[in-house]
Design a protein around this ligand. Structure first.
Ligand SMILES: Cc1cc2nc3c(=O)[nH]c(=O)nc-3n(C[C@H](O)[C@H](O)[C@H](O)COP(=O)(O)O)c2cc1C
Length: 203
């Protein structure tokens, strides 16, 4: 099949997110100007450079009340955030933190997680997370939207501090079997890394 208008695919649901899959999940912690913590998952996320390590993620549609997502508002107020990565054991807690709750609600508490101080940024990291990347906000790009209620944004951040849980490091390498990062597929589906194969470059 082929379609060019993304609204006219003729399938039960838009296949887009199932096609660009799996997508890793940025579990972003931030604080507002008063220091109230916030935590939310974003699967429009990836690494885009490594010298220095740089990440992008997309806090898109405004919340149901029309306001920007707390994550975006906090990052623009404080210029910093943490991308925590989600190991398999944390999948339910991650999902809980996607609830549309008021800005005053601390999702760490909501999901029974432990906020722990970061080294370079005010936002706490998730103590239970196998990996946390402390980030400085670089820029926000406003992306085109074809719907009046939809807003699309790309946030770019430079990684200024990296935390890795000791139990996922083996022989100086990241042990993916211990890490088991969770990733988003389409619909309500997820996956986690359970198998790895190696392939050397031709040159
Ligand atoms: C696995 C998962 C991935 C998500 N990915 C995104 C995303 O890439 N962009 C987005 O705007 N919302 C995404 N959401 C929804 C946000 O997590 C949700 O709107 C959240 O309430 C935003 O929180 P905040 O207002 O505290 O920033 C995702 C939710 C889940 C469960």
């Amino acid at each position: 099949m082929f379609f060019d208008d993304h609204r006219e695919h003729g399938l039960r649901h838009s296949p887009f997110k199932a096609l660009v899959a799996p997508r890793p999940i940025a579990w972003v912690s931030s604080v507002d100007a008063e220091g109230v913590a916030n935590l939310a998952p974003f699967s429009y996320f990836n690494a885009c450079a490594d010298r220095p390590p740089t990440i992008v993620f997309a806090p898109n549609n405004p919340r149901p009340n029309g306001e920007n997502k707390d994550t975006l508002r906090n990052i623009e107020q404080t210029n910093e955030f943490v991308v925590n990565l989600v190991g398999y054991e944390l999948r339910e807690a991650m999902n809980l933190t996607s609830a549309h709750v008021g800005a005053a609600v601390d999702e760490f508490e909501l999901a029974g997680l432990t906020p722990t101080p970061s080294v370079h940024v005010k936002a706490p990291r998730v103590a239970e997370a196998p990996v946390s990347l402390e980030c400085r906000f670089l820029t926000r790009l406003r992306l085109p939207s074809d719907h009046p209620e939809v807003e699309n944004n790309l946030v770019i951040g430079t990684v200024v501090g990296t935390h890795i849980a000791d139990h996922i490091i083996r022989d100086g390498m990241i042990d993916m079997a211990a890490y088991r990062p969770v990733a988003r597929l389409g619909y309500m589906d997820y996956t986690s890394v359970e198998s790895v194969f190696e392939m050397l470059r031709p040159d």
